[in-house]
Design a protein around this ligand. Structure first.
Ligand SMILES: Nc1nc2c(ncn2[C@@H]2O[C@H](COP(=O)(O)OP(=O)(O)OP(=O)(O)O)[C@@H](O)[C@H]2O)c(=O)[nH]1
Ligand SMILES: [Mg+2]
Length: 261
């Protein structure tokens, strides 16, 4: 429990036999439940996770690889079904520093927001702590994400997040983009459904992990996801005129009621 709330950590993991032990070993003691979603790994990711002998750890396995977004949705489902009040994502490649977890949880625990996300760009010296391509790409994608969602946020690509159970219940998680680009899609969904979001400064961690994010994701996939987010927001914006139509209809209905004998 953290400040009286039941906390689950969701760990998406694909071929992470080398780093999953380091990731799980660092999960703070106040976390109640840890769900490793082994996303169709061909290596010993699941076995390594179980080998730790941590009673909090549960392994959910996708027999076929579905993508990091889909893995996180499976983790959320299990976490909330098992009674979590807040679900945190800490990826299986040990890139999320557990020292930042309380700060990430606080805005959700205090009820200020339904979703808190990490902001590595705000960390002092971020520019030198992150590979230049990641730093630059992140600024560019954050700008596009701001334009698409209308949110004031930074570091749209940070996967270190905390989601409240009631906020999760308000969005159609089953429709979430299943691969890279899922954080951008989730931000758009949450914004459309009126869930408040806060950026929390977290440490950038880049060590010996291998990233699966490539140029194609940065230049094609994620911008396409954002174009869809923007389009849906635009459609959403046409709702007020639909509401005006509904208001006119109900005004007409009440006028005809007034005229009724
Ligand atoms: N590449 C990849 N990772 C997956 C998949 N499913 C789950 N994951 C996990 O998702 C997490 C994030 O993947 P990374 O490729 O490191 O992407 P990232 O950490 O968002 O980006 P970087 O900052 O570039 O490392 C890791 O823990 C992976 O094990 C998948 O289908 N492909
Ligand atoms: Mg990574």
């Amino acid at each position: 429990m953290y400040r009286g709330r039941r906390i689950a950590v969701v760990v998406p993991a694909h071929e992470e036999e080398r780093l999953i032990g380091r990731t799980l070993g660092a999960v703070p003691a106040f976390v109640d439940h840890v769900i490793v979603v082994d996303d169709g790994s061909a290596d010993a990711t699941s076995a390594q996770a179980r080998a730790l002998g941590d009673a909090r750890v549960e392994v959910v396995r996708h027999e076929v690889n579905q993508g990091v977004g889909a893995a996180i949705v499976s983790g959320y489902r299990r976490a909330f079904a098992a009674g979590a009040e807040i679900a945190v994502v800490m990826a299986g490649d040990a890139q999320m520093d557990p020292r930042d977890l309380p700060a990430l949880l606080d805005p959700v625990v205090e009820g200020r927001v339904g979703y808190a996300k990490g902001d590595r760009l705000a960390w002092p010296g971020a520019r030198s702590r992150m590979p230049f391509s990641r730093w630059l790409g992140n600024h560019a994608l954050s700008l596009l994400t701001r334009l698409a969602t209308g949110l004031r946020l930074r570091d749209s690509q940070c996967g270190y997040t905390a989601l409240a159970r009631d906020a999760a219940a308000r969005v159609p998680l089953a429709a979430l983009w299943p691969r890279y680009g899922y954080p951008n899609d989730l931000l758009g969904m949450l914004a459309r459904h009126g869930v408040a979001i806060e950026d929390v400064r977290v440490r950038p961690v880049y060590a010996d992990e291998v990233s699966g994010v490539g140029l194609r994701h940065a230049l094609v996939v994620i911008p396409s996801v954002l174009a869809r987010v923007w389009w849906r927001r635009l459609i959403g914006r046409s709702e007020p005129s639909a509401d005006r139509g509904a208001a006119r209809l109900s005004a007409e209905a009440s006028r005809s009621t007034d005229l009724a004998p």
